[in-house]
Design a protein around this ligand. Structure first.
Ligand SMILES: *[C@@H]1O[C@H](CO)[C@@H](O)[C@H](O)[C@H]1NC(C)=O
Ligand SMILES: *[C@@H]1O[C@H](CO)[C@@H](O)[C@H](O)[C@H]1NC(C)=O
Ligand SMILES: *[C@@H]1O[C@H](CO)[C@@H](O)[C@H](O)[C@H]1NC(C)=O
Ligand SMILES: *[C@@H]1O[C@H](CO)[C@@H](O)[C@H](O)[C@H]1NC(C)=O
Length: 546
């Protein structure tokens, strides 16, 4: 997620000049390379003449698992010789053991345009998120060394691993592509937003510069992306309310991506906010309406942020809101539309269907003092749990992990129909469910499996753990789990074998399911398929006696 922080900033750069020297060189990603990464026809300069684009350098691009080679283009634009040394490192030698370069590790920056390749193939024997660092030192005359540090993040997938007990022979390859596409959609949206913000910023800046006249020596503001993607600018003008495309065409990634963005985007004028449902410090959930091109009006839920939200908050909203993109299951709340417009926060639209937030629904059950006291029966709890299991089976079949399964991220209607939703804005709307363990990352500590807490590893089994906590929430009407435990102590507490206690009135069978979900070792936890079979049987037994 961190890589998103700087993405807006690519477009607006404060540039500093490499030392006082007449020598200069360029280092950039060619338009073809940018097309491959982000679906944009543009060049991205890391160094242009002797100016360094620090924001672009700091930005960690996310690579799809199948992308094994990175290309960089460079050229010495002056007559002076520029010695360089280059090295490539990976954070996980087991996942990417041999990063390779097709230029020598030291030499002189060529005086004609050269493209060099960095190959970073995964071994495909372990699942890992690997950080790739490319370090280049360029020595300017006078022994001034400029150090450039480029980073990429790549998700390696274990092709042999079959974490499912079932016999389906799905491969992880599509899953990662799907995941990548989801992430890329988010990135692209953010890029689009970034372009708009830049336009705004640059205009704003120009006015300021005109007034104050003259910037500091050696500092200037410029836009490095020479050509803007045409699609992004007039994206909203021809979006229609079509069904979302299926997952075919995975190989035409970038083209497909732009189509997908185009498909989801709608004009702001078609959306009307009517009432606020939930409000955080910056996050807002509204009820409103969306009028499609045929003039039909649908009630929708709109997730957005307030004007004072930061760009990081906006990018998180987009990234997380796109996680459930293009899914079609009755127990999943899939994003319907997105509206991104100049100078305003994006709107994420979801179908309404009279759904409410599950956590708030459960809490209301508990405190309803006005006579209509509603407690959930075991049967109702199991019925709810089964729907969540179905949603999770669907997600896992598509090789998508939820990573934040909890009552707050589900919605429910009056007939107890449940949908699993994404976690966009949950950190803000349910701040007491998230904790920061000193690493700037706000995580749902008390819902996380031990291995996710310790090593940030996520698997279908870690979703099963969270499901166990969600089941506990259902049976306690959304009490806070481990309320007495300090978040910093959680890992030690779980390692010592402590778990959540059996709720009052919770049948042993249900508690056994939860405890099973919290097995220390991920392999010992049940799969959602097994949970489905077990709870289905339990449900049948319950209905027999009623
Ligand atoms: C880039 O990263 C370096 C080191 O992490 C930091 O010192 C610098 O301020 C960053 N620059 C920008 C423009 O974010
Ligand atoms: C660049 O220079 C630093 C010291 O200034 C050194 O530690 C590093 O290994 C060099 N990197 C390369 C790629 O040569
Ligand atoms: C490195 O490989 C790429 C493509 O494989 C090629 O275009 C480029 O010319 C190569 N560069 C060198 C210096 O061999
Ligand atoms: C090298 O860098 C130093 C300070 O960064 C500067 O004072 C000096 O002029 C530079 N030398 C040359 C030859 O550019």
């Amino acid at each position: 997620m961190k890589h998103l922080k700087s993405i807006f900033l690519i477009f607006v750069q404060i540039i500093y000049y490499v030392k006082n020297s007449s020598a200069s060189f360029n280092l950039y990603l060619s338009p073809q390379e940018m097309q491959r990464h982000l679906g944009l026809q543009a060049e991205l300069y890391y160094v242009q003449d002797n100016r360094i684009n620090e924001y672009a350098l700091n930005f960690t691009l996310l690579l799809p698992p199948k992308l094994n080679t990175l290309y960089f283009t460079w050229k010495n634009t002056d007559s002076q010789e520029l010695p360089y040394s280059i090295s490539v490192e990976t954070s996980n030698r087991a996942a990417i053991p041999y990063p390779k370069l097709n230029i020598s590790s030291s030499g002189s920056v060529p005086t004609s345009t050269q493209t060099f390749a960095v190959s970073v193939p995964c071994t495909e024997t372990i699942d890992a998120e690997v950080l790739i660092s490319i370090n280049i030192n360029v020595t300017f005359p006078g022994n001034n060394v400029t150090k450039l540090h480029l980073s990429r993040r790549k998700t390696c997938i274990n092709e042999n691993l079959k974490p499912y007990a079932s016999k389906n022979s799905l491969t992880f390859a599509d899953s990662s592509s799907v995941f990548y596409i989801a992430v890329c959609c988010a990135v692209l949206l953010i890029l689009v937003l970034g372009v708009l913000i830049t336009i705004y910023y640059v205009t704003d800046k120009k006015n300021k510069v005109a007034k104050s006249s003259g910037t500091g020596p050696g500092t200037t503001t410029t836009t490095f992306l020479a050509t803007l993607p045409r699609n992004s600018v007039n994206i909203s003008s021809y979006a229609s309310f079509r069904r979302m495309p299926s997952y075919s065409l995975l190989d035409e990634r970038s083209k497909d991506l732009q189509e997908r963005i185009t498909d989801l985007t709608v004009q702001r004028c078609r959306i009307r906010l009517s009432s606020i449902i939930l409000e955080g410090t910056f996050g807002r959930i509204y009820q409103g309406s969306y009028t499609n091109e045929e003039g039909n009006e649908d009630t929708v839920i709109i997730k957005t942020v307030a004007d004072h939200a930061s760009q990081i908050q906006i990018s998180l909203l987009l990234q997380e809101g796109m996680a459930m993109y293009s899914l079609n299951h009755k127990n999943i709340l899939s994003i319907l539309r997105v509206s991104i417009e100049d100078h305003t926060a994006p709107f994420l639209l979801y179908p309404f269907n009279n759904y409410k937030n599950l956590k708030i629904f459960l809490q209301k059950c508990k405190v309803s003092s006005e006579g209509v006291h509603h407690t959930l029966t075991t049967q109702e709890v199991v019925h709810m749990a089964l729907q969540i299991i179905k949603a999770m089976q669907y997600l896992h079949k598509r090789h998508l992990l939820h990573k934040d399964l909890a009552a707050r991220n589900c919605v429910i209607d009056d007939s107890l129909n449940i949908q699993v939703a994404d976690n966009a804005l949950s950190r803000d709307l349910f701040p007491s469910d998230y904790h920061c363990l000193g690493d700037n990352e706000n995580r749902p500590v008390k819902w996380l499996a031990l291995e996710s807490l310790l090593h940030k590893t996520f698997t279908p089994s870690s979703d099963v753990w969270s499901f166990g906590v969600l089941l506990w929430e259902l049976t306690t009407l959304a009490q806070q789990p481990y309320i007495e435990i300090d978040p910093f102590e959680m890992a030690a507490y779980l390692k010592d074998g402590y778990r959540l206690a059996q709720p009052i009135n919770c049948p042993d069978e249900l508690f056994a399911v939860m405890a099973y979900c919290w097995a220390m070792s991920p392999e010992e936890r049940p799969t959602f398929t097994q949970l489905h079979v077990f709870l289905q049987e339990f449900f049948a037994q319950l209905t027999k006696y009623v």
